[in-house]
Design a protein around this ligand. Structure first.
Ligand code: ZN
Length: 275
């Protein structure tokens, strides 16, 4: 499929209140053809609302993804917290299925001062539990573990690719997070190409046809990510990044996670279409 550049949530300039449905209509009027629904505090519970979203998105041909709640740690040693994390992920996947979203972004875990290999094994085990419900609860939705921006967070490129390969899913690649995690690296054509080469090495050549990515400017320090920035206020070579995606014919979606939301989304869309 073609690449859709998505707005991260209901656009700021949406005139009337009305949640996601109004947001989809407004985004569409701005020339945007994809949206990530930000369920980062809680997962919605009303199936009828999901049906409305699905209908609107289908009518307008909007590509949908979801961001699952932040409050998740699949590396928690506390069984109750682990179970609650798995439940939140399953809720997000099930509601995404009803809304017609294609992929759900998940921040999988924190290392908690432990070995990355231990976190990897715990994420693997939790994924096995989650994927047992796929057929029944989320047959058409991808479980996407995100590459993370802080060094204390599970989520290097290799970590999320390893677990994704094992379970036949694909991760959410956030090059801005990797840029922050590695203190300014991953900001050149060569590095993005290497990143995509690694992705293909794990998941196969066809995997570039349907990717779930995030992008924004980003502020960072020694421990990695601080916060997101508008593209033009950051050091991100975002136009070069778009060129790489165009050249490699990457499909799927890139969610623009800029704080100025639709403004940078539209900027990316216009720039991309001129390449
Ligand atoms: Zn995220």
């Amino acid at each position: 499929m073609e690449l859709r550049i998505a707005v991260a949530g209901v656009p700021l300039s949406t005139p009337s209140p009305g949640g996601t449905v109004e947001g989809l209509k407004h985004a569409h009027s701005l020339g945007i053809r994809a949206m990530e629904m930000e369920w980062v505090q809680r997962v919605p519970v009303n199936p009828e609302r999901m049906a409305d979203i699905r209908k609107t998105a289908e009518e307008l041909d909007m590509y949908l993804t979801v961001h699952a709640p932040y409050y998740i740690n699949l590396n928690s040693p506390d069984a109750e917290k682990l179970d609650a994390s798995i439940t939140r992920i399953l809720d997000a996947l099930s509601m995404a299925q009803l809304a017609g979203a294609k992929s759900v972004c998940v921040h999988a875990a924190f290392y908690l001062g432990g070995e990355p290999a231990v976190a990897q094994e715990n994420v693997r085990r939790a994924t096995d539990r989650i994927m047992k419900h796929k057929k029944k609860l989320f047959p058409d939705v991808n479980l996407g573990y995100e590459t993370m921006g802080k060094q204390a967070q599970y989520g290097t490129l290799e970590e999320v690719l390893t677990v994704s390969k094992e379970f036949g899913i694909y991760p959410v690649i956030d090059p801005a997070h990797l840029h922050a995690r590695y203190n300014g690296a991953i900001n050149t054509t060569k590095e993005w190409n290497e990143m995509l080469d690694t992705y293909v090495e794990y998941l196969g050549k066809k995997s570039l046809d349907t990717m779930h990515m995030h992008f924004s400017g980003i502020a960072y320090g020694l421990k990695g990510e601080k916060h997101h920035l508008p593209l033009k206020e950051s050091d991100a070579r975002w136009e070069d990044f778009l060129k790489v995606l165009k050249k490699r014919k990457v499909g799927g979606t890139v969610v623009c996670e800029s704080p100025i939301m639709e403004k940078d989304t539209v900027l990316m869309i216009k720039t991309f279409s001129k390449l």
